[in-house]
Design a protein around this ligand. Structure first.
Ligand SMILES: Cc1ncc(COP(=O)(O)O)c(C=O)c1O
Length: 489
């Protein structure tokens, strides 16, 4: 291990220093406002390192990471498309970066206009009446949307409606969000092709049903062709339809959830709208609703006055606040930049290209990998592991071997409908050359699995860290240097 590859605390030598900004660089003395009783009384335990060591340490660390900027990342269900740099440049404009949420409305009209415009754009894309941009993530959007659903039934005095129907193929956050929203989850079966079994749905639709949560295309990447019938059945039973927008990418600009009959939806800006995926960082999960639900959206909300100016409003029937201020504004700016840079016409190419790329990979690999559901998929599809399982090579082994060849693994063991699920989503931002490279490597791994299975089972062989003990990592996480030293002692 190189010296600067060590943990940064191990690089520390007393007295070493890096570059220090002058205290008044931004014209403020950061310490001036801190009350004396809150000031630190002991020196912070920080590593003492030179600038060069810090630069090498973090540059090398970043090179050990894998991201969309490093290579192909076909993580199904996650839509790991490229995040264009122009999004970052615009979001970093000082005029926006240095805004404060408590500033007078008059001074932030431009930001409010951008916010309002994005509400409008998403409403048009979704075919819904209004959007809130306040939620912080997809799952937070789900919770917010379900709270709207609950609020709607309560406002009508319909207190019996406490159940939400969720397909057994759904993403785990769907039932989890329903539970957190205080609703009971009722499972509806999927047919072998992954779509909702309408005959199983019908008897569930009584006067205790608040609504149904669905995604379309479904978790297997297949379009729910019976969606209009499902919407009709649910509405006639007095329920609402919630659309999990995690799979919006293939429909972008082509088909609108509102037109399919959905009343509420969330959008993961970090998927369809090319903002970076979390990793604990800021995210955004805007929630859209049909006309009859607008008054229940969370506070605060940006509205346009008749004189063309913008204001932050609070609705009386609103479910209340679900975030601080208006959500993660910087993330919204990136999504806004993405939509504008594609424009009305180009945005319509996203879905077809994502669909073409997924089908190209699927058809190219189905000789070596087991395709449980044949036919045209949308933006993603699922293999049930290798076709030839005789040497005992599993989906996990294949996923780890891909790392040796410089590809991120697909989503594995999800959806739960198959034992060896491997969910592949290339997105529209990849070139044919990249797809061909991936296809070649997947064939190679299948060949290795037949001829030298032990190599695949041992993978990854070339990564800095080999196979991890994920259970111990989850149960006994070592999150700081002191815990590490204590564990080693
Ligand atoms: C189908 C589906 N629904 C919901 C979510 C949750 O979104 P988030 O990760 O933004 O909370 C995901 C995330 O991967 C998803 O794939």
């Amino acid at each position: 291990m190189k010296h600067y590859d060590k943990i940064i605390f191990e690089l520390s030598r007393a007295g070493r220093k890096g570059y220090e900004l002058p205290a008044d660089k931004y014209g403020v003395d950061g310490m001036a406002e801190i009350p004396a009783d809150l000031l630190r009384t002991q020196e912070a335990e920080l590593p003492e390192v030179s600038e060069l060591e810090v630069v090498r340490h973090y540059t090398n660390l970043s090179n050990k990471n894998f991201g969309v900027d490093t290579g192909f990342y076909p993580l199904g269900s996650c839509t790991m498309k490229y995040n264009p740099k122009i999004n970052e440049e615009l979001a970093a404009l000082p005029a926006f970066m240095s805004l404060h949420p408590l500033q007078d409305e008059k001074a932030i009209q431009g930001a409010l206009e951008l916010y309002w415009n994005l509400q409008r754009m998403l409403s048009n894309i979704a075919g819904l009446a209004e959007f809130t941009l306040n939620p912080y993530a997809g799952a937070h959007g789900e919770l917010t949307g379900l709270m709207v659903m609950r609020q709607y039934h309560r406002s009508r005095g319909d207190h019996k409606r406490t159940k939400v129907i969720v397909p057994n193929s759904a993403h785990g956050t769907n039932p989890a969000s329903a539970m957190v929203a205080g609703l009971e989850v009722v499972e509806v079966k999927s047919k072998p092709n992954g779509s909702i079994d309408v005959e199983d749905l019908k008897p569930l639709l009584d006067d205790t049903i608040a609504g149904i949560m669905m995604t379309n295309p479904n978790t297997l990447g297949m379009f729910e062709t019976e969606i209009l019938e499902i919407a009709d059945l649910v509405h006639k039973a007095g329920g609402l339809l919630y659309y999990d927008g995690a799979n919006l990418n293939p429909l972008l600009g082509k088909v609108r959830p509102g037109d399919m009959g959905f009343d509420i939806m969330h959008i993961n800006l970090h998927k369809t709208f090319s903002t970076p995926h979390g990793g604990g960082g800021p995210g955004s999960g805007p929630v859209g609703v049909a006309k009859h639900l607008v008054q229940f959206l969370p506070n605060p909300h940006v509205v346009k006055r008749e004189d063309g100016t913008f204001t932050i409003s609070e609705g009386e029937e609103s479910l209340g606040n679900i975030s601080t201020f208006l959500g993660n504004f910087g993330v919204m700016m990136k999504a806004y930049a993405y939509i504008l840079s594609l424009g009305k016409e180009n945005i319509k190419n996203v879905g077809p290209l994502a669909t073409l790329n997924a089908n190209y990979i699927k058809e190219s690999l189905k000789d070596d990998y087991l395709l449980p559901i044949d036919g045209v998929c949308k933006h993603e599809f699922v293999f049930d592991g290798l076709k030839d399982k005789s040497t005992g090579v599993t989906t996990l082994n294949v996923a780890k071997r891909l790392l040796d060849y410089g590809f991120h693994a697909p989503t594995i063991y999800f959806p739960l409908l198959f034992h060896e699920s491997m969910m592949i989503e290339p997105t529209e931002t990849e070139s044919k050359e990249t797809l061909d490279d991936f296809i070649e490597v997947m064939h190679k791994v299948a060949k290795e699995s037949r001829e030298t299975p032990e190599v695949v089972k041992e993978a990854p062989l070339t990564t800095l860290v080999r196979k991890l003990d994920e259970t111990t990592a989850a149960k006994n996480p070592i999150l700081n240097y002191r815990t590490l030293k204590a564990a080693e002692a």
